[in-house]
Design a binder for this molecule. Structure first.
Ligand code: 13P
Length: 236
């Protein structure tokens, strides 16, 4: 069971270091744990978690090795920091920052080329689900990622229905299972569920056969909720 905490734009370097030092003392029930701080806090997190099994990943990565790309960070730069991998194509990037299937694919390829693991995000909006387009949207998004990563090593998909992110509206375990099975029929890699995962619903989600872990936003920002969520998922 892989549990990744996406901190989004929370926790600067000082807070990240203190949080990661505290993480070292917690029981995660045997889950593989990844934390994904903002870029500026990655080095602090890597240092604070050195010598542990807890991995650190970035929240995005650019496709070029270097160049005139103001505000972007490259895969070799992340690798140099000791970061394990990167989230790519999060719905907040797709919706708020113009990320497309094409740019997601380019980021995936660059990360893999530079020995970074990838957590590539897919998921439909509320309107797409209402219109019966969920499978078509997932197919389009997953196929773009699959084409960029034919070797599939070091690739994990995160299914994050947009309507469930930060809303408290978690997908039911059955609905999530259905989407995960569809994704795996297109691309057989581990699939994490994301969208309002909490200690209270982690076990039921993790009990589904095609749910291999979780990508957690809000509940990953607080030590006890994150650790108890991991223990619940591990016990499933
Ligand atoms: P929440 O867990 O806050 O709904 O966020 C999910 C998410 O976007 C993780 O990447």
């Amino acid at each position: 069971m892989l549990i990744a905490g996406n901190w989004k734009m929370y926790k600067g370097p000082v807070e990240a270091a203190a949080f990661c030092r505290a993480l070292r003392e917690l029981d995660f029930g045997g889950c593989d744990v990844v934390v994904c701080p903002p870029f500026v806090s990655l080095a602090a997190a890597v240092a604070a978690l050195a010598g542990t099994e807890i991995a650190v990943a970035a929240q995005n990565v650019h496709w070029a090795t270097e160049g005139a790309f103001t505000g972007e960070v490259s895969a070799p730069m992340l690798h140099e920091l000791g970061v394990y991998g990167a989230i790519v194509g999060h719905s907040e990037r797709r919706q708020l920052f113009g990320e497309t299937d094409e740019t997601v694919a380019r980021r995936v390829r660059a990360a893999l080329d530079h020995h970074l693991g990838v957590i590539a995000c897919v998921g439909e909006t509320d309107a797409e689900r209402e219109a019966g387009e969920t499978e078509a949207v997932l197919t389009r998004q997953v196929e773009a990622i699959a084409a960029a990563a034919p070797e599939r090593d070091e690739l994990v998909i995160a299914y994050e229905p947009v309507w469930a992110i930060g809303t408290g509206k978690t997908a039911t375990p059955e609905l999530a299972q259905e989407a995960h099975a569809w994704i795996k029929s297109l691309l057989p890699v581990p699939v994490l569920y994301g969208g309002s995962v909490k200690p209270e619903n982690a076990a039921a989600l993790a009990a589904q056969p095609d749910i291999d872990g979780a990508l957690v936003g809000g509940a990953s920002l607080e030590l006890e909720s994150f650790a108890s969520l991991c223990r619940e998922a591990a016990g499933a």
